[in-house]
Design a protein around this ligand. Structure first.
Ligand code: PMP
Length: 288
């Protein structure tokens, strides 16, 4: 596998980062997870814009322009002869002194891995997921804006561990006020009376690219949407529920905290959204 590392495509074995990189020492950096479908990079522009905003928010100057990043992502896929892949684009703060000070880091590092990801076993796409609410709260915007896609995922990892300990593959994380924020690596939607409801970014949700795609598709399908505050009760008593993410795509949820959602089986609106998403993912994107 060829990895893009600071301007070069190198062998996997040579793709090494210093132990003094603040991305490793402090989780100081930003990233994107992107999909390549049928030789097209899906919503690449949206991912690069989000990366730029994440970097701006943490005062990290990206060492590459939008066009250079676009080309680096495509070149990494081409070098690995890929037509379908999960792409991880990472920008670290770079090598610096011990101690937090990001200004001791001379230059950010950029690396890109184009490989595979399988977040959930395939059968769950047909049968749906049973998920749980965990005690670990989503970190609040006043501490670390969840809209920043940073290398600092410990908050989500603690929730993921709690989910596993409860025998579930994914967890709902509440915000500090007790409203549903998102899952550990996915956004959440419910369907209630034919309306798609999802927490707003102000409730602690990442502005997911897949979430954005689903909101666009819903409009095209004539399904009303609303960004709103949701409680666990709203999810328990929803007609349908599904999660969205670049890795997960669109996956139905049929149970939360031991309560069946709707009929206890993936619902018709979720099926429509899934089909529309699949169709869109195969027909849209930046050609390599
Ligand atoms: N929330 C979190 C915390 C995430 O890490 C992700 C990305 N896996 C998402 C939501 C979904 O965002 P996207 O659709 O852009 O992948």
């Amino acid at each position: 596998m060829k990895i893009y590392l600071d301007g070069k495509l190198v062998d996997e074995a040579d793709a090494k980062i210093s132990v003094f990189d603040h991305g490793l020492l402090y989780g100081d950096g930003v990233f994107e997870g992107i999909r390549l479908y049928g030789g097209n990079v899906f919503r690449l522009e949206e991912h690069l814009v989000r990366l730029e905003y994440s970097a701006k928010a943490i005062l990290l100057t990206l060492p590459l322009s939008r066009a250079e990043l676009r080309e680096a992502v495509c070149a990494t896929c081409r070098a690995n002869h890929l037509t379908d892949a999960y792409i991880r684009l990472v920008v670290t703060r770079g090598v610096g002194d011990l101690g937090l000070a990001p200004w001791s880091c001379a230059r950010p590092s950029v690396f890109i891995i184009a490989g595979k990801i399988a977040i959930y076993p395939p059968e769950h796409y047909e049968l749906g997921l049973a998920i749980v609410t965990v005690a670990t709260r989503r970190i609040g915007p006043a501490a670390l804006p969840p809209t920043v896609k940073s290398l600092n995922y410990l908050n989500n990892i603690l929730a993921k561990i709690e989910a596993r300990q409860a025998g579930a593959l994914e967890a709902i994380m509440l915000n500090e006020q007790g409203y549903v924020a998102e899952c550990t690596a996915d956004n959440i939607f419910i369907v209630q009376g034919g309306v798609l409801l999802t927490p707003a970014s102000a409730h602690g949700a990442l502005r997911g690219v897949t979430r954005g795609t689903v909101l666009d598709l819903a409009q095209e399908l004539g399904l009303p949407t609303r960004e709103t505050d949701l409680t666990r009760y709203d999810v328990w008593c929803a007609d349908e529920c599904f999660l969205t993410g670049t890795g997960a795509e669109v996956i139905p949820v049929v149970k939360l905290d031991g309560r069946e959602i709707g009929s206890g089986r993936p619902g018709p609106v979720t099926a429509r959204v899934r089909a529309a998403f699949r169709q869109r993912s195969l027909t849209e994107g930046v050609r390599l």
